[in-house]
Design a binder for this molecule. Structure first.
Ligand SMILES: Nc1ncnc2c1ncn2[C@@H]1O[C@H](COP(=O)(O)OP(=O)(O)OP(=O)(O)O)[C@@H](O)[C@H]1O
Length: 262
């Protein structure tokens, strides 16, 4: 059972997970996790290495489908619709629920093409002008436009690590997502690039439902308003980030935030 703090404002669930378990073969990596993800707040998943944060995050846009041994039980809904239902279009789902990975992974194409590719395949632009406008808007929203506007035809992979990660965020934004999942998005970045991504998360907050997995408790405290603490495949505690870090109700949470393990 998850301890859910009782001082949380009521919010609408953009996504909701109900009794979600994930298996890799016979091994249960996630055990009956239930949580609502609102648009109003950034939600952080924290917990010691191997506790299942990434596994659970990946269930939210069916990224585990790509792992043959992975099996998901329980129910995950986006705007009330079961994302594991047989009629669900997974390509469409992943546009609505975008993902940013630990290591920036731009396509080996131009900066422009990195952004334009998604809108093109999803038919979001009817003309070159519209596509140009989407590229500009996405890069602006990701805080990268000023740095790249004069070299849109350069390769995305030639950018610095931090710029590449903002390019990946711009690429996710370009297809008008409703949810953005971030799996340790700063772990390959230096402190300055990390600060830029954190600023960006603050700017995107409220426009998209954002979920971030992070190893850094300082980062969770800086960027999120809601925190879920995971341990051994279970979601132990969920509440306001400030409460989780200053007034945890569970001993295991207390032990983690005071550095007793992790
Ligand atoms: N593809 C896979 N096949 C089999 N087991 C896996 C696979 N991916 C993860 N696991 C196992 O599932 C458990 C949860 O792993 P997961 O990567 O989700 O944890 P995590 O909390 O994100 O860890 P970290 O913080 O180290 O990234 C671990 O025991 C891990 O070994």
């Amino acid at each position: 059972m998850t301890v859910v703090h009782d001082n949380l404002e009521k919010t609408e669930a953009k996504m909701s997970a109900e009794a979600v378990s994930v298996f890799y073969g016979d091994k249960k990596a996630i055990n009956e996790v239930s949580i609502d993800i609102p648009t109003e707040y950034v939600t952080a998943f924290i917990g010691p290495s191997g506790c299942g944060k990434s596994t659970f995050l990946r269930t939210l846009n069916r990224m585990n489908d790509t792992i043959p041994s992975a099996r998901v039980e329980g129910c995950i809904k986006l705007d009330g619709d079961d994302i594991y239902a047989s009629g669900m279009d997974v390509v469409q789902l992943r546009a609505r629920v975008g993902m940013v990975f630990q290591k920036p992974n731009p396509f080996p194409k131009s900066i422009y093409e990195n952004i334009a590719y998604g809108p093109k395949i999803h038919g979001l632009a009817e003309s070159k002008d519209e596509l140009d406008a989407i590229v500009e808007r996405s890069l602006k929203r990701a805080g990268l436009w000023e740095e790249v506007k004069d070299r849109l035809q350069d390769s995305g992979t030639a950018l610095s690590g931090g710029q590449q990660q903002r390019l990946c965020i711009a690429r996710a934004i370009a297809v008008d997502p409703e949810v953005i999942l971030m799996d340790e998005p700063c772990s390959a970045l230096d402190p300055i690039a990390t600060a830029k991504i954190e600023e960006l998360i603050a700017e995107l907050n409220g426009r998209y439902a954002i979920v971030i997995v992070t190893h850094s408790m300082q980062q969770a405290a800086r960027v999120s308003q809601r925190t879920a603490f995971f341990h051994l495949g279970k979601m132990v505690e969920y509440g306001r980030t400030s409460d989780i870090f200053t007034n945890p109700l569970e001993q295991r949470t207390q032990d983690y935030i005071t550095g007793r393990y992790g």
